[in-house]
Design a protein around this ligand. Structure first.
Ligand code: ADP
Ligand code: MG
Length: 350
């Protein structure tokens, strides 16, 4: 598959993860990520958002790309090579340098007992990025590209800095290895709303000025719309709609994307326990469901949705995994109407 090297920086092909869950006395398998396909262009940097409610498989995809979780099936090509098959040494010396993670909780990245700059020196040293006498200048440059300086950061402990500053420092640390791709899993969800845009703007600047691509995982569609070039919307392990962000979010076609767009994004920590329990039950039910996983919540459910898994249909510049866009199921005329935004509203199946 070496032709991928020229076309794509990253190509995820039929990526699948199966977990076991205990239900009473029995153990069931469920597919947390089900044959996910997407790519990042090689010829121009881009921001790809993976969106979807909690429990849709976003983190599992990120962890598989980063090598923190083994795929059950499928492949991950980076610069044309399947990185699920490279050895540890190459992973460390090549892949981990080029593909850097950014995590949700910046304070979990750094120990409260260590000065934050020690992490920057450690990374610069481990990857032997510059000669000893150039290290300070090199770290200062990385901090400048996130709007900070070594002078501001030197000798500070994490609790002396704001969440936004600490997240910037974790991004600066990632930049020290000169990566081509950042995999950022909910990087702003623990920050105040006022700071979110500054991190998202930073990703856009890194793309423009340093040619860094970003996989930006979020359930916040507003920042995704603002920053991303393309979006993949996930539901219970499936990518249900994917395409240019203006098309998908300005005119969503999958009923789930529509509902996601209309609902106010909710932060997990605020959820009450009962609510969380109900959601967990729904999550398990939906993951194990035959047919379309959205059928019980969808306002447009048809009989076929209860029994059969839809394909990914190519319509209006994107792919949609929904029978409303299958000419064989509903006819060409109906597909055209649905693309125009007329979704038949039917009582949801229970
Ligand atoms: N290590 C694991 N073992 C079993 N189930 C897991 C594990 N990690 C995640 N899951 C389950 O996989 C599903 C997808 O989880 P996750 O990828 O964290 O979703 P998201 O990041 O979209 O919230 C959830 O139902 C979650 O409970
Ligand atoms: Mg997650």
């Amino acid at each position: 598959m070496s032709q991928n090297a020229t076309e794509n920086l990253l190509q995820v092909k039929d990526l699948t993860k199966i977990f076991n869950i205990r239900q009473g006395l029995s153990t069931k398998h469920f597919t947390a990520v089900d044959r996910a396909n997407f790519s990042i262009h090689a010829d121009r940097p881009e921001i790809l958002t993976i969106a979807g409610e909690s429990g849709s498989g976003k983190t599992t995809i990120a962890r598989m790309i980063l090598g923190l979780e083994d795929p059950s099936a499928g492949a991950i090509y980076y610069k044309g090579r399947d990185v699920t098959k490279i050895n540890k040494k190459e992973r460390r010396s090549w892949f981990m340098r080029e593909v850097q993670p950014i995590f949700q909780d910046p304070f979990a990245t750094f120990s409260p007992l260590k000065r934050v700059d020690s992490y920057l020196y450690e990374t610069a040293r481990n990857y032997r990025m510059v000669k000893r006498d150039r290290v300070d200048a090199y770290i200062d440059e990385a901090l400048h590209s996130v709007g900070l300086s070594l002078q501001e950061v030197k000798g500070r402990y994490p609790n002396e800095l704001s969440g936004g500053q600490v997240q910037r420092i974790s991004i600066a640390r990632a930049l020290l290895t000169k990566p081509s791709l950042l995999v950022a899993d909910e990087p702003v969800s623990m920050l105040d709303a006022s700071l979110r845009m500054s991190i998202v703007n930073l990703f856009m600047r890194l793309k423009e000025e340093r040619g860094v691509s970003v996989i930006y995982i979020t359930h916040d569609l507003a920042t995704a719309y603002y920053a991303a070039d393309r979006i993949a919307v996930m539901l219970r392990g499936w990518i249900v709609e994917a395409g240019p962000v203006e098309d998908v979010l300005a005119r969503p076609l999958h009923p789930y994307t529509k509902i996601l767009k209309e609902s106010v994004p909710q932060a997990d920590p605020d959820r009450k326990w009962e609510e969380t329990a109900t959601l967990a039950t729904l999550e398990t039910e939906e993951y194990l469901r035959a047919g379309c996983k959205f059928a019980s919540r969808c306002p447009a459910t048809m009989d076929v949705c209860k029994t059969t898994v839809p394909d990914n249909y190519a319509v209006a510049g994107r792919t949609v995994k929904c029978f409303l866009y299958d000419e064989k199921t509903v006819g060409a005329e109906s597909v055209a109407r649905h693309v125009q935004g007329e979704i038949p509203l039917m009582p949801a199946m229970t």
